[in-house]
Ligand binder design. Structure first.
Ligand code: ADP
Ligand code: MG
Length: 467
């Protein structure tokens, strides 16, 4: 008999054993990651649905000797349907965001990692209270995850009447943490979030009752993204097969027009010429080699229209400038939102800002604030494409002499951010993105140069007349 035993793990069990991959590598890191995942969900549930976010978070000691803390995050978002709550918090890879649309969440993993980490350190289930707009009840569940089955375990489920029309979601977990180490990173996360969401009201109550509060300073919000179709150049063989199996058996030409973004009559005719498969052939009758050919040609064809950017929701120049002025309090700020671009069929937009002077302390190299789909990135700066671009800039060309009071903000939004890891802390080196980041930073750097030149001149005049 062989002494090799094989077994299969459910995703829940796999992630329970490999928490660090999703950012839960130590008590302090896990605390930060928990806050981050819950805030991301709260913001997605509000601003992506046109609701001005009001978010209340608190972190409290539960047992100081054992380093147990409770983390609570409440939002005024769209809420979660009652029957979905167990799956949403208790089954890995369960999400409403596997769509072609810009979200903070992407993996269907965050909330579950929080529950898994909490139950493996404190043994306590998550408590989720929610109500949807117009719902008659407010419902509360206590849930843990059966990792062997990748299924939720419901510990309790109660309902009360929704007398005042509240809608939103409140999540509370108890977990092992380390506030001393996590404090500055969590505060930084809130501050950086507030910087690009001046339309949100965000409050954090800390374990020692200190309060970090960001008021809403504008009611103008970015336009929420709409849900889109895949771009033909982003398709692989497997996704093509899946799409066909979900469709009825229609002619290839109609299938292409109905299921992909930006395929008009003329484009599809041009494209069909390059494939050599009959346009009227029904999709379910395509052979394996025809499918492979089709997928390949779809990726290679140069005549597609650019992917549409309606699936994206950039911050916008005005909101970004407002947020930066409010949080960093610089003397001047220069902002740009670039035109949409794309890589491998995924649309993306780069936004950049430079803040100068005022409350910004002079530094030896620019302070960098990185964002991906409106999520601040705090870790792994060294492996981020944005850092690489910033390091290459010759600032003396722009009249900057270090030490200088200079901060650079870069936001990349896309239907698919190429993260370097599941912890979502760095954007991978994609040439198209790198190029756009470079152009965006140069654009704002030129505006800074004009500003600094004007200031220099004014200074000269002042000195002249002062004599
Ligand atoms: P992801 O955010 O990547 O989808 P999560 O595990 O963090 O994965 O969340 C799973 C799903 O739960 C989300 O797609 C969303 O539908 C729902 N959800 C989680 N938190 C909230 C919230 N605060 N308000 C509304 N829906 C939520
Ligand atoms: Mg999430």
């Amino acid at each position: 008999m062989s002494d090799v035993a094989f077994e299969s793990l459910t995703p829940a069990e796999w992630f329970r054993r490999n928490k660090e991959i999703a950012g839960f590598s130590s008590p302090s890191r896990a605390m930060y990651q928990t806050v981050r995942e819950l805030i991301e969900n709260a913001l997605d549930a509000t601003e992506n649905h046109g609701i001005l976010p009001s978010i209340k978070a608190s972190i409290r000691y539960v047992d100081k000797d054992k380093d147990l803390y409770s983390i609570y995050v409440e939002d005024n978002g769209i809420g979660i349907p009652e029957e979905e709550i167990p799956n949403v918090f208790g089954q890995i890879f369960y999400s409403s965001k596997y769509k072609i649309k810009q979200h903070r969440g992407i993996f269907g993993l965050g909330a579950k990692m929080v529950v898994l980490y909490a139950q493996s350190t404190s043994g306590m289930p998550v408590r989720v209270t929610s109500s949807m707009k117009g719902s008659q009840y407010i419902y509360t569940y206590e849930i843990s995850i059966d990792t062997v089955k990748n299924k939720p375990v419901i510990h309790s489920h109660v309902r009360v009447e929704n007398k005042y029309g509240w809608h939103g979601t409140a999540v509370k977990v108890v977990l092992e943490g380390n506030w001393q180490y996590a404090k500055s990173r969590i505060e930084e996360y809130f501050t950086r979030t507030a910087m690009i969401t001046p339309y949100a009201e965000i409050i954090l109550i800390e374990p020692n009752n200190e309060v970090l509060r960001f008021n809403r300073i504008t009611t103008i919000m970015p336009k929420p993204p709409v849900e889109g179709l895949p771009h033909p150049s982003s398709i692989d063989l497997e996704s093509l097969k899946q799409l066909i199996s979900r469709n009825s058996d229609i002619p290839l030409i109609d299938f292409l027009k109905e299921n992909f973004d930006g395929i008009g009559d003329e484009t599809v005719r041009e494209f069909m010429k390059t494939v050599g498969i009959r346009a009227s052939k029904h999709v379910k009758r395509l052979s394996e080699s025809e499918l492979r050919l089709l997928a390949e040609k779809m990726r290679q064809f140069n005549g597609w229209r650019r992917p549409r950017a309606d699936w994206l929701s950039p911050i916008g120049e005005k909101i970004l400038a407002n947020g930066i002025l409010h949080v960093l309090k610089p003397e001047a700020v220069f902002v740009t939102t670039r035109k949409p671009s794309s890589y491998s069929g995924h649309p993306f937009i780069v936004e950049a800002a430079i803040a100068w002077g005022g409350s910004i302390m002079p530094v030896d190299k620019p302070i960098l604030y990185r964002y991906a789909n409106k999520v601040p990135l705090l870790q792994d700066e060294g492996s981020d494409v944005i850092r690489h671009v910033i390091d290459e800039v010759d600032w003396s060309q722009y009249k900057v002499k270090f030490p200088a009071p200079l901060a650079v903000v870069v936001h990349v939004c896309s239907t698919k951010i190429p993260y370097a890891s599941a912890g979502k802390e760095a954007i991978a080196d994609v040439p198209e993105i790198e190029k756009e980041v470079r152009l965006a930073v140069r654009e704002v750097a030129r505006k800074l140069k004009v500003y600094l030149a004007r200031k220099e001149k004014e200074q000269e005049l002042l000195t002249k007349y002062a004599i």
